[in-house]
Each structure stands twice: as structure tokens, then as C-alpha cells.
Write a protein that binds this ligand. Structure first.
Ligand code: UTP
Length: 472
């Protein structure tokens, strides 16, 4: 709790930065609410906000310097990499790391996104999907895979309650480490901090790039160090098809001549020029970066090579392998040093306290700027970063929107398509529609197969009927 003397200091700092409007209701707050509000205000980095407001926008990239990023293409021979990745796993050097601090506003689900029922037949929630995959990998490699999950102050309690209610999905709670990321205050278009209620600022989680700071602050890095972890497998909470433990990717990341072993990424070939995904680029001087689809000039997005193929086709699917040593290097200098990734700004609808109506109002149009850091900005801080291609149907079925692209419906179709293709490899006749989509709902459990080849051991049907629901 803050001491009584700190209140005038906080008031003075906010006044000096032209932000005293947020204190306009403080005298009407009950003592506990007042203390909590002051604690929130004390955390605000006013100098940082002032810098971001003064900057007015993001530094523009020099697009004349960017080129497509090189990548390890699909089908490359990777036997050595696989062997190396497997040895890392067997030695217990790999952790799983899920970023689950987002607000999931587009999906509109009432709880944390990881609690969303995601699988195509049994409707398993995303967190259970990941837990079962990790358990199957632990069994296969005879190792423990500690699981780190970044929440936010807005969903941490609900996420913890979900794990507890589900008996930690059979995991040892000591091997599952939940920690909240930081937040950033939203600002109005004229640079003013906003109230959400009379006694709280309007804030948002500080982006998946907040992971670096949060890993450090929460003690997660220290915990990994104590357990002998060398690399973490980073993935988003919204992708039920992610291959959490991929020995080939881990091996390439850790030992390839094209990688410093600090931070590597997976990509899929873009569907077409218009697909809204970030693209891996060489952003100059051999440094890898992700350029957002909205930032890339149209002439680059659509540019093709001599064979007519998209030049900038390396779509990011937000899967990375990250070395503990890299995170430790970035955070070694403490606050305000290496882990201050740049903040990106987005115009959003942010609920705010309206004095005239005496309530929190949900605006119909964007009314504020949110600041978020992006984890892929850390790629430029590596010495050499590797990008590996993977097949879209194998690993990318995100659930972001309530309907249309990247929705539960599209994710279900991709899950069935992947599982159907795995079964076809073993001679199972799988019904397909004219457009190639599998015409059945097929779920394959992690304990049955972590990759297609594992089905060689499984008991499989000879064929699947059109429209059937099958769990294998
Ligand atoms: P998205 O960019 O899809 O954002 O996050 P979101 O907040 O989940 O969803 P919308 O935009 O409000 O609909 C991609 C991944 O990054 C995590 C999310 O939980 C998701 O796994 N994330 C995002 C964080 O962990 N923290 C953040 O501050 C933002």
C-alpha cells in the first residue's frame, strides 16, 4: 500500500504531465478505492506516455531496404535437426510457453480465450488441447515439459480458476506457471489518459511483446534457469493445431548454421497477396523482421518473381522457438533497457467513464489509441534468425473471429482437413467435397498421434462416411 505522502507526489506528477484530469473524482472515492487507484497511478510511466504522445506516430520503416526473408523450405531434409531436437527434449531442456493475455474482443467469448471449446467433435477447450499435447510429448520423450502461460491482470483470476476447476488437466500444478503481463494506459486522440471508472484508468494488456518483461518480472526466467531449460516453444492461445513440441523446428533453431539459436519462427506460404498476415522480411543488414500487412506498401505486397510467385510470401503464424539465454540477455540490464520493445499504436473502441451520464460508456466508434508491443520485434535483436516453412493445414487453424475467416467454423474445417489427410496416408478412405475439404468431423487425440506417422501404431477404420463424427 502507498504511504500518505505519496499521494501529493502522484498528483503533482500527473499535473506536471498535463494529465490531472484523471484525478477529478479522487476525493469522492472510498478510502480503499482511493488507495487502489493511487497504486494503479503510481505504476504509470508518465515519461513514456509523454514520449509516445510527442512522437505522434510510429517511425516509418525504410521500405527500399527490405527484401524477402530467406527460409528453410517445406520438404527440406531435416534428419539431423530432428535428432538434435529430440535430444534437447529428452534432456528436459524445452519448455512450452503460451501467450494468453489478449482480450479476445473479436471472438466475443465471455471468458479467457483458452477456455473456448475448440476441437471439432468433443469441443475440448484450448487449454486442454495444449495440456494433452504436452502430456503426450512428455510421455514420448520421457521428460518433463514445464508450461508457462502469460495471462493479463484482466483475465488472470479467471484463467487460474479454470485450471483449478479442471484439476490442472492432470498436470502437476508446480509444472504449470501462470503469470500476468503488464498493462498500458489507453489515450484519447489528443493524448489524454482516460478513466474507465471514477477510480480506475482505462488500460489494456501491453501486447504479446510484453512477454519479455513479464517473463523477467514474474520470475519465470529464473524458474526456467533452475530447471535447466534452454529453449521455449512459444505459441498463441488461439491455435488448436499448433505443434507445441516440434523436434525438427527446435533442432534447426538450436543448431543450424542459419540460426544464432536465439529466436526462430515458423511461416506458411501466403494464400494470396491480399491475405492479412504479417510477412517475414529481411529488414536490412540481414536482420529478420515481420512487416504487418497494413504497413507494407501495395507494390511490395503484390510483387512477384520471374515465375509469377509472390516474393513476400512468408506469412507469420506466430510460432517461435526462443532461447532462455536470449531472454536473459535482453532483460539483463533491468527496467528501461533491452526489453523495451517499441510500442505500436492502434485506434480502438475503449470503454470510458462519462461524467455527464455517470457511467462507463461503450463507444460505437474508435475513440482511443491502445499501445501494444509485438514479440516479433525481438527478432531484429538476434544475431541471426531462422524462418522455417510449414504446411498451413498441418499447424494453423486460428480462432480469432466469431464467424468467417479464422473463426471456430473455419478452424473446425482445417482440423478435419488435417486429420483426414493424416488418415489418408494410412489408406483410410476419407470423404471430400468438390473443393477438397473433408466432408466429416474428425478429431485425433494427442495421445493417439502427435504427428501423422504415429498413426502407423493406431487402429484405424477402413473408411469414414460422409458427414460422420469420428474421434481417433
Ligand atoms: P491477438 O492479436 O489475436 O489479440 O493476439 P487478442 O487480444 O487475443 O484478440 P482481439 O484482437 O482482442 O480480438 C494474439 C495472441 O497474443 C496474445 C493473445 O492472447 C493471443 O494468444 N496476446 C495478445 C497477449 O498475450 N497479450 C496481449 O497484450 C495481446
Amino acid at each position: 500500500m502507498l504511504s500518505a505522502e505519496t499521494e501529493p507526489r502522484i498528483a503533482e506528477a500527473f499535473s506536471k504531465h498535463g494529465q490531472s484530469q484523471v484525478l477529478r473524482h479522487i476525493d469522492a472515492l472510498p478510502s480503499r478505492g482511493r488507495a487502489e487507484f493511487l497504486a494503479q497511478l503510481a505504476e504509470v510511466d508518465l515519461a513514456l506516455i509523454a514520449r509516445l504522445v510527442a512522437a505522434g506516430g510510429e517511425a516509418k520503416m525504410d521500405y527500399s531496404r527490405i527484401a524477402p526473408a530467406p527460409y528453410v523450405a517445406l520438404g527440406a531434409s531435416n534428419a539431423d535437426a530432428r535428432a538434435h531436437g529430440e535430444s534437447l527434449l529428452r534432456a528436459g531442456k524445452v519448455a512450452a510457453f503460451t501467450v494468453a493475455g489478449g482480450q479476445g474482443t473479436r471472438l466475443g467469448w465471455r471468458g479467457p480465450k483458452g477456455t473456448y471449446p475448440a476441437t471439432v467433435v468433443t469441443g475440448k477447450p484450448l487449454f486442454r488441447v495444449f495440456a494433452e499435447q504436452i502430456a503426450a510429448a512428455e510421455k514420448r520423450y520421457g521428460c518433463a515439459i514445464p508450461w508457462y502461460i502469460m495471462t493479463s491482470p484482466l483475465n488472470d483470476a479467471d484463467t487460474r480458476a479454470f485450471f483449478k476447476d479442471n484439476n490442472w488437466f492432470g498436470r502437476n500444478p508446480a509444472d504449470t506457471f501462470l503469470f500476468p503481463q503488464g498493462t498500458m494506459p489507453s489515450i484519447t486522440f489528443d493524448g489524454k489518459l482516460m478513466l474507465e471508472t471514477p477510480g480506475s484508468l482505462a488500460v489494456n494488456p501491453d501486447g504479446h511483446g510484453g512477454a519479455i518483461r513479464a517473463l523477467h518480472h514474474s520470475g519465470a526466467l529464473e524458474d526456467m534457469q533452475a530447471r535447466g531449460i534452454a529453449h521455449m516453444s512459444y505459441f498463441q492461445v488461439d491455435n488448436p493445431l499448433v505443434k507445441i513440441v516440434d523436434p525438427v523446428f527446435l533442432g534447426l533453431h538450436a543448431q543450424s548454421a542459419h540460426s544464432s539459436g536465439e529466436m526462430s519462427s515458423k511461416m506458411v506460404a501466403k494464400r494470396d497477396a491480399a491475405e492479412k498476415v504479417g510477412v517475414f522480411c529481411d529488414v536490412g543488414g540481414g536482420k529478420t523482421g515481420v512487416v504487418e500487412y497494413s504497413d507494407m506498401p501495395a507494390e511490395l505486397t503484390g510483387s512477384v518473381d520471374a515465375k509469377g510467385a509472390l516474393r513476400f510470401n512468408a506469412g507469420s503464424i506466430a510460432i517461435h522457438a526462443i532461447a532462455l539465454a536470449f531472454m536473459e540477455r535482453l532483460t539483463a540490464g533491468g527496467e528501461g533497457t533491452g526489453f523495451a520493445l517499441p510500442f505500436h499504436r492502434a485506434k480502438k473502441k475503449v470503454p470510458y467513464w462519462c461524467d455527464a451520464q455517470m457511467k462507463t460508456v461503450e463507444p460505437a466508434e474508435p475513440n482511443a489509441i491502445k499501445f501494444e508491443a509485438f514479440v516479433f520485434d525481438a527478432l531484429a535483436l538476434t544475431a541471426k534468425s531462422l524462418v522455417m516453412e510449414t504446411a498451413r493445414v498441418e499447424e494453423f487453424a486460428p480462432i480469432k473471429n466469431a464467424s468467417g475467416d479464422d473463426s471456430p467454423a473455419s478452424s473446425h474445417q482445417i482440423q478435419s482437413n488435417r486429420n483426414g489427410a493424416w488418415l489418408e496416408k494410412f489408406g483410410v478412405r476419407v470423404p471430400r467435397r468438390a473443393n477438397g475439404d473433408v466432408d466429416a468431423r474428425i478429431e485425433i487425440l494427442a495421445e493417439t498421434a502427435l504427428e501423422a506417422e504415429d498413426l502407423a501404431e493406431a487402429e484405424l477404420p477402413k473408411q469414414i462416411a460422409a458427414g460422420a463424427e469420428v474421434v481417433i
